[in-house]
Design a protein around this ligand. Sequence first.
Ligand code: URP
Ligand code: ZN
Ligand code: ZN
Ligand code: ZN
Length: 470
Amino acid sequence: MSYPQPIDLVVRGGTVVNADWQGAADVLIGGGKVLGVVEPGAYRSAQPPGTTEIDASGRLVLPGGVDPHCHVGFTSGDFTSLDDYLQATTAAVFGGTTTIVDFAIPRPGENPADVAAAQRAKAEQGLCDSALHACVVEWDDTVPEQLRSLTADGIVTVKMFTTYRGETMADEKTILNVMTTLRDLGGMVVIHCEADHIIADTQERGEAAGTIGACHHADTRPELAENASVAEILAIAESVAAPVYFVHQSTPEAVDLVARARGRGVRAFTETVAHHLTLDDTAYAGPHPERFVCCPPLRDAGTVAGLRSRVLMGQVATIGSDHCCYDTAQKESVSHDVRAMPNGLPGVETRMPVVFSELVVKGGLPAGRFVEVMCANPARLNGLYPRKGVIAPGSDADLAVWDPAVTRTVRSANLHMATDYTPYEGMQITGWPETVVVGGRLVVAAGRLTAPEPLGRHLRSGPLSRSLVC
Ligand code: URP
Ligand code: ZN
Ligand code: ZN
Ligand code: ZN
């Protein structure tokens, strides 16, 4: 068998797990690409002497994770999260994620295309590749042309918000206009849904009652606000036959609304995030409630169980991190009033291990389905598949050799994110990446960074197919 490139790395003896196939195989790598996925040992005749080998026996060989929702150096209100591309992607690869999708979110008065161009230029500071979601807040005559040039330049997804009034919230007509425009350009709105008027009212009542601090966060953003907003946005998408992707859905009712819409032929997709599947609102009664302030908030244990069941039922397309790297001091400085707080939790490094441990090892999610929601579907829904999200000839040689049996206790001190805490402190985890390959380079081995040079690329996403299904 001849290959288009010389083989320079072989991952030998493992069980390759793709979303749709798994089995014992050796992975042949050359020129930064996967050259072949072959019968164990079959490559030896084609292998030049001196080829580097990684022994993956007893391990799973997974496509590198694709985190569809990761904020890097994100400014919101008075706060900027603490990482840059090198720090965020270093943490990502230690956790088995080899592609992140970041956001270019305009501040009031900024232009979405300019903000995206500035953010895109940072990709080369990354240890792994990245793509971007743009963001539109207000509609004006320039937006259609900005969306045309963004999609032509490979940024095909646009984040919108139904909350954060005065910052990033868009009105319904703007959402409808952006959905319609992107529909015709092969793009898609990715949307944060919480009905802002309900939250504003709940928060006003919380202020009057003296219950507006971080320990009351869950009460200030009720589930029904999320469910109502999802229903409205689905109606808009259905009315204009546009695809729509719901970020960080945190309630089973919201996921069910999307699943029912899919049954009617709407191209609608659910993303959940690791912390909504693995943590609950008892965290707000603990010693550091502010560390868990994110939007939507952590929900009660019954809701978490319902959300997990939706993953097992196959109704969830992707699981992201919604990584936001604030530290305790930033969060504590305004924890008396959740309306002023920096929202979001650090999680790009822990996304894959925590979800593997909680949903595969403890929850019975098949490993192939784990790969589907963590790698393949995030790549598909961001126009990056099959370059990313699968181990197959021609795909980028990004993969994680995963020890499915190793047990660790999560400690912030052992992680690489640019913050002083993890919401999973003390959690027992089974399964962790042992070796991580990025673009054919051995980047993490035996818990150490072996290739620190930032060679990240900004990925141009392909247009999303009109028949997109996950
Ligand atoms: O709490 C969150 N999710 N913060 C990040 C911004 C967003 O809404 O995704
Ligand atoms: Zn959001
Ligand atoms: Zn505290
Ligand atoms: Zn987010």
